[in-house]
Design a protein around this ligand. Structure first.
Ligand code: SF4
Length: 64
């Protein structure tokens, strides 16, 4: 299990389920607040990509 899997919310709680970030090898981190779950990307300068991410030049598929 990777580090990204440790904080990944269950599939029914994923914010913007269509986002590429959820399939990305970056790996994204999931930051929980009282009301939301934010996707933190370690590769992009702005840290929190605008969701849903449908195209990203840094996307690499996570290995199964
Ligand atoms: S590299 Fe792109 S697709 Fe991957 S987690 Fe970061 S913003 Fe999302």
């Amino acid at each position: 299990m990777s580090e990204a899997d440790d904080d990944a919310p269950p599939p029914d709680e994923l914010p913007f389920p269509d986002s590429l970030c959820h399939q990305c090898a970056a790996p994204p981190r999931y930051i929980r607040s009282a009301r939301s779950i934010f996707v933190l990307c370690p590769l992009i300068p702005e840290k929190y990509p605008r969701q849903p991410v449908l195209h990203c030049p840094l996307f690499r598929p996570r290995s199964p």
